[in-house]
Write a protein that binds this ligand. Structure first.
Ligand code: UTP
Length: 288
């Protein structure tokens, strides 16, 4: 079984739910407290042992490339003023560890992943949707890589949502379950509530075998006229093992405004340097 050494971060979406904030700033650069979403995702990948980060970007996303580069003026000025550069350490991934490929048109998540096909080659790879902020220890991808080392095949992370909310997500048809691992018998993108095979939704982390690229080669469109990753994965079920890993941790949907505010509040309330102040502010805003 080949190890998971590469990760794809599709960051070429338009972020229309967050306009006008996303007009000039990628939503993946929005901070949760003081770190951008993309940084949390990359840290999660590194914790899981992943070595190469592949970003699928688009026009207007250059802030992401700058974030993982040396900031010469900033670093020189900070050093000259005797300030520590430790706060920037996690933004330095080292030479050759980042690759960027452009998705020229946002034709869907499946299409974004397909744009990385030559960089992936013949290896299994992880996919991170950075606006789905997975918060836990060990991180979501570490939990998945641990499961992968026993089972191999393809993996998606899942979580339960109230049934009436499934229409907005990819939903699995579950088979046999064993601990945090559930066999996947089918996948459907954005089903009607009455047609949904379960209330277990796919939640932004995947480990996929390279054969998924051959399915994506067909460029078939699905829900919303987009090339859907879920549809490509669904076509592989039966040919390759497919499992869902139920993430032990919290997930915040930072592609939505309410989810993003929730993530900021939750993380601020965990931070020793600000939790007391934030709790007092929240209480006062709530009139308590
Ligand atoms: P989303 O649907 O959450 O992102 O896609 P979006 O399209 O940017 O957001 P809205 O719905 O317009 O507000 C999930 C992930 O897939 C990427 C997005 O950048 C996000 O990280 N994506 C989506 C692409 O890279 N390319 C696409 O064509 C679509």
């Amino acid at each position: 079984m080949k190890p998971v050494r590469k990760a794809v971060f599709p960051v070429a979406g338009m972020g229309t739910r967050f306009l006008p904030a996303t007009k000039a700033i990628p939503k993946e650069m929005f901070p949760v407290v003081d770190r951008p979403l993309i940084q949390y995702a990359v840290d999660e990948a590194i914790e899981a042992g992943i070595e190469q980060m592949i970003f699928v970007t688009g026009r207007g996303k250059s802030a992401i490339e700058d974030h993982f580069d040396i900031a010469f003026e900033l670093e020189t000025t900070m050093s000259a003023r005797g300030k520590s550069l430790d706060v920037l350490a996690s933004t330095r991934l080292g030479p050759g560890r980042c690759a960027y490929v452009r998705q020229q048109e946002p034709l869907g998540l499946g299409h974004a992943i397909w744009c990385a096909r030559d960089l992936i080659g013949d290896e299994p790879f992880a996919v991170f949707l950075p606006d789905e902020f997975m918060h836990g220890s060990p991180g979501c991808m570490k939990q998945m890589v641990d499961a992968y080392s026993k089972e191999g095949g393809n993996m998606v992370s899942v979580l339960e949502v109230p049934r009436e909310k499934v229409f907005a997500y990819g939903v699995i048809a579950p088979g046999a379950a064993n601990g945090n691992l559930t066999e996947i018998k089918g996948l459907v993108e954005k089903p009607k509530v009455e047609d949904a095979p379960s209330n277990l939704i796919v939640s932004g982390r995947y480990i996929l075998q390279p054969e998924v690229m051959q399915v994506l080669d067909k460029q078939e469109t699905g829900a919303g006229g987009e090339i859907q990753l879920t549809d490509a994965m669904a076509q592989m079920i039966g040919n390759q093992p497919f499992h869902a890993v139920t993430f032990d941790g919290a997930r915040y949907d930072c592609g939505s405004k309410v989810g993003y505010i929730e993530a900021n509040l939750a993380l601020a309330l965990e931070r020793p340097d600000m939790a007391d102040d934030v709790r007092e502010i929240a209480k006062s805003l709530l009139g308590q």
